[in-house]
Design a protein around this ligand. Structure first.
Ligand SMILES: [Zn+2]
Length: 120
């Protein structure tokens, strides 16, 4: 092969590390929302699709409470959280976290979901 590839030295930056892995839902209670990982438990979005960030969030915020959930119990909890999140998405607005990180909380846009507001 006499065809040297000039760009073979170029480090291949694959999207591998930046693609949501469906297993993160089961392992860390994260889902993908508009290209970003979002925690099902506290509904926080993480700006970078990185396993490191996700595990850090899970370990520091939720692991103590959720590590004993296995198998079906874990699945059921995830299902429930996903349903709740879907309902909330209908009336919550997420400001872009990068602009004002301190304000990166969901705001309720309707008045008739008092119950949800108390969650935050
Ligand atoms: Zn969380």
């Amino acid at each position: 092969m006499a065809a040297p590839k000039s760009n073979s030295k170029k480090r291949k930056v694959t999207e591998e590390g930046r693609v949501f892995n469906p297993e993160w839902t089961r392992d860390y209670f994260f889902i993908e929302e508009q290209g970003k990982p979002v925690c099902l438990i506290c509904k926080r979005g993480i700006s970078v699709m990185k396993l490191n960030n996700i595990t850090r969030h899970y370990n520091t915020s939720h692991r103590a409470e959720y590590r004993q959930l296995h198998g079906d119990a874990r699945k059921q909890r995830i299902d429930k959280l996903m349903k709740t999140m879907k309902q909330q998405q209908e009336c919550f607005f997420w400001p872009p976290a990068k602009d004002k990180p301190l304000l990166a909380k969901p705001y309720c846009l309707t008045k008739n979901c008092r119950e949800m507001q108390t969650l935050f």
